[in-house]
Write a protein of this length. Structure first.
Length: 96
């Protein structure tokens, strides 16, 4: 599992949904969602220095308002679904 990496163009990347939810709760700016397979997503943020500090805070027991944390998690899940083109929406179509 890739928790975070930096690229040469000063972006922060993470595939950890909970960490990314925490980043969004703390005003980190999400700039992209990339996927190398239908089940693996990487979230890309600006300002890697700020993101590293927030991740450290998260690891050390940082807190966020639960409602906002869950809302941000759902937001990220929605972005993942959109990225997949809703191909899983028909999964239960034939179940009666």
């Amino acid at each position: 599992m890739q928790y975070h990496t930096e690229t040469e163009n000063q972006l922060y990347r993470s595939d950890d949904l909970l960490v990314c939810s925490f980043l969004l709760c703390n005003q980190a700016r999400l700039v992209d969602v990339v996927s190398d397979s239908p089940r693996h997503f990487t979230f890309v943020f600006q300002d890697p220095t700020k993101c590293r500090q927030l991740v450290q805070e998260y690891v050390n027991g940082g807190t966020a308002v639960a409602r906002e944390l869950f809302s941000r998690r759902e937001e990220l899940l929605g972005l993942m679904r959109n990225r997949n083109g809703y191909r899983n929406e028909t999964r239960y179509e034939n179940v009666a």
